[in-house]
Design a binder for this molecule. Structure first.
Ligand code: HEC
Length: 134
C-alpha cells in the first residue's frame, strides 16, 4: 500500500466517523420518547418506595446524573426539603427544571408509589415527612 492510499483510507474513515457523529437522533436512548407515551397508571398491587426507586429513580438519582440529588446527600436533600413536601411532590409529578422528568420517569407509577419513592430517598437522610400524599 502506498502512503497515498493509506492517507486516503484514513480520510475516509475520519469522514464516516464525523458524519455518524452529526447524524441526528440515532444515538437516543428513547427515554424521553418513552416518557411522552400514554401508559396506564398502576392501580394494582402498589410497589414499595424502594422498588420504585430501583425501577426508575436510581437511573439518575443513583449517580447524580445532571445534578439529580443522590439519596444520602444530606446537604442537597435538606436544602430541597425546606420547600416542603407539597412542593417536592409537585416537582415529582410535574417534573422540574427540564432535567427531572414528569412522574420521575415512571409514567405507570401511581401518585402514592411516587410519594413512597420520594419518602424512600428522604429516609436515607433521616428526613421524614408525615401526612397524606398531596
Ligand atoms: C432522567 C433523570 C431522572 C429520573 C429518572 C428521576 N429524576 Fe428526580 N431529578 C433529576 C434531576 C436532574 C434533578 C435535579 C434538578 C435540579 O434541581 O436542577 C431531580 C430532582 C428531583 C427532586 C427534587 C426537586 C426539587 O424541588 O428540588 C425530587 C423530589 C425528585 N427528583 C424525585 C424523583 C423521583 C421520586 C424519581 C423516581 C420515581 C425521580 N426523581 C427520577 C433527574 C431524574
Amino acid at each position: 500500500m502506498t502512503s497515498n492510499t493509506l492517507i486516503h483510507g484514513l480520510c475516509l474513515a475520519l469522514m464516516s466517523i464525523s458524519i455518524s457523529a452529526c447524524a441526528p437522533d440515532n444515538k437516543t436512548t428513547g427515554f424521553w420518547q418513552e416518557m411522552r407515551q400514554q401508559v396506564a397508571i398502576n392501580e394494582g398491587k402498589q410497589r414499595t418506595g424502594e422498588e420504585v426507586y430501583q425501577y426508575r429513580c436510581r437511573g439518575c438519582h443513583g449517580k447524580n446524573t445532571q445534578g439529580a440529588p443522590m439519596p444520602g446527600d444530606r446537604y442537597e436533600w435538606q436544602r430541597r426539603s425546606r420547600q416542603g413536601m407539597v412542593v417536592l411532590m409537585e416537582h415529582t409529578l410535574k417534573g422540574y427544571k427540564q432535567t427531572m422528568p414528569p412522574r420521575g420517569g415512571c409514567p405507570d407509577c401511581s401518585d402514592a408509589e411516587l410519594r413512597r419513592a420520594l419518602d424512600y430517598m428522604l429516609a436515607q437522610d433521616e428526613l421524614q415527612f408525615s401526612g397524606k400524599a398531596p
